[in-house]
Design a protein around this ligand. Structure first.
Ligand SMILES: [Zn+2]
Length: 404
């Protein structure tokens, strides 16, 4: 029988949800008293006290001194125990594999970077991912049962129902690869997988605490372009878990894209496209990898090279138009730009995108839009991947209330 649109909520689910709400509030505010928690979450003092007791018993939260006296009894402060649990984050990019070990408080304990193997077959890549995971856990000295799992961030689009990568750009021979299952088997830990833009948005929310509360659009700039959407503290994944695949939205031009269509945003704003524009503008022959040449271009732009800066501004203008459309459709007031393609040139790109967005969005007086750079730097994909695990385990989600 098909399920009704709405499912009722049973009390144990409410309990789980409230517990996640409390843990999230403690995490977001660093150190906080029970009284403040009750005020912030709207729970009664008795409910709060019971939840906090259970969180302390489970080793997730600890008492940490007292708040300064305000006349009455000094309040005991609570904080999350960072070492309680950790998660491994792995980001597969066409150029390299980045791994991090993230603690429960969102701190990066260890990181690792390696080039993708020359044999970039799915089997070789899965082996390299699992190896990165094993090395991080071993180096950390953390007991295996304290590692919650592995998050895997990959370029979209994805077949989430079958945990498959569909056809990542620049990875030939990768069609419908059940990557999450392969890595899970090799790593010996549960794996959750998402596209890199959504993962980076969750990572930004997890690490950014109160600064990233509410709603925002995260624009991930790596080899390609993707968007992660957070609405009212919940990540929006869409019907097929591919929300925010903006890279292949038509952007007004007629250039051929690597996906086979014409005019896609990535035909103008991917690293490969920007490098091609720069080579054409400077009449340089194509030498070196796309990533190396892109890095060189950005360094030159940062050093004041007019041609390199112009090439980047042209791409950022087109990106800005696309972002303005997303902002208007979703009615959000904050855009966060992140990802490795911003290295050296974050402010150049941010200021351009901000200018275009400001000029194009509707009713800027009612809803001024802030365009900011991400709190997490170029490891956004890997940090985001690890956050997928922590987020799934510990963030309050409406889905917790609505059913399994
Ligand atoms: Zn395309």
């Amino acid at each position: 029988m098909a399920k009704a649109s709405w499912q009722g909520t049973n009390l144990p689910r409410v309990g789980g949800f409230n517990r996640a709400v409390v843990l999230d509030a403690i995490r977001q505010h660093g150190e906080v008293s029970r009284v403040e928690l009750a005020q912030r979450t709207g729970l009664t003092a008795q409910t709060m006290s019971n939840i906090v007791r259970a969180l302390i018993d489970d080793g997730l939260v600890t008492e940490n001194g007292h708040a300064p006296s305000t006349g009455g009894k000094r309040r005991v402060l609570l904080k999350v125990v960072p070492d309680a649990y950790s998660a491994v984050g792995l980001h597969l990019d066409p150029e390299r594999i980045t791994g991090v070990l993230l603690d429960l408080a969102g701190g990066v304990r260890l990181r690792s970077r390696r080039r993708v193997p020359d044999d970039a077959s799915p089997a070789a890549m899965a082996a390299a991912l699992a190896r990165t995971c094993h090395q991080l856990v071993r180096r950390s000295g953390i007991a295996d049962d304290r590692v919650l799992g592995v998050g895997l961030a990959v370029p979209g689009p994805l077949d989430a129902a079958h945990r498959r990568v569909l056809a990542p750009p620049n990875l030939t021979g990768w069609e419908e690869v059940a990557l999450a299952d392969i890595v899970e088997e090799r790593a010996g830990l549960p794996v959750v997988m998402d596209n890199d833009a959504t993962a980076a948005a969750i990572g930004e929310r997890w690490a950014g605490c109160a600064d990233r509360a509410g709603s925002f659009v995260y624009v991930y700039l790596g080899s390609g372009v993707g968007v992660g959407v957070v609405l009212g503290d919940q990540v929006h994944r869409g019907v097929s878990n591919n929300a925010g695949e903006i890279g292949h939205v038509h952007s007004g031009g007629g250039r051929e894209c690597h996906c086979g269509k014409r005019g896609c945003l990535e035909a103008y704003c991917s690293m490969r496209a920007i490098v091609a524009d720069w080579r054409a503008a400077t009449r340089q022959p194509g030498e070196g990898s796309v990533a190396e040449t892109y890095e060189q271009l950005c360094r030159q732009a940062a050093d004041g090279d007019a041609t390199a800066a112009r090439v980047l501004r042209v791409a950022a203008t087109r990106l800005g138009h696309a972002v303005a459309s997303v902002v208007s459709v979703l009615d959000v007031d904050r855009v966060v730009l992140g990802g490795p393609a911003l290295r050296h040139v974050a402010e150049l790109v941010r200021s351009r995108v901000a200018k275009v967005v400001e000029a194009q969005v509707w009713a800027p007086k009612i809803r001024p839009v802030r365009v900011e750079t991400a709190l997490i730097g170029e490891d956004a994909g890997a940090v985001g991947a690890a956050s997928l695990v922590l987020d799934r385990a510990y963030s309050p989600r409406v889905a917790t209330l609505l059913g399994p």
